[in-house]
Design a protein around this ligand. Sequence first.
Ligand code: ZN
Length: 81
Amino acid sequence: MPIYEYEPCAGDCRICKKGFTLNRPLSAPPLEKCPLCRQPVRKLLSSFSTPNIIKPLSVSQAKNAGFAIFKKVGQGEYERQ
Ligand SMILES: [Zn+2]
C-alpha cells in the first residue's frame, strides 16, 4: 500500500498543521483536502515516485541499503542525516 505524505498547511489544525502521512489503497486518489479542517493539502511524495523510504525500519538499515535519509527539521526544511 502506498504511503502518501502531505505538507503542512497554514491552518491551525491538529491533523495537517505539522503535515501527516496517510496509507491509502491504490484505488483511492490522493487526498486533496484535510479530512478535519478541509484546508487544501499538498502531497509531498509517495512511495511510487521516490526511492526514499518514508518510514524505514531504521536509519542505519536504510543507509546500508543506499538510501539517503532526510530528517524534517522545520516547515519545508529537511536535513540530510
Ligand atoms: Zn487540517
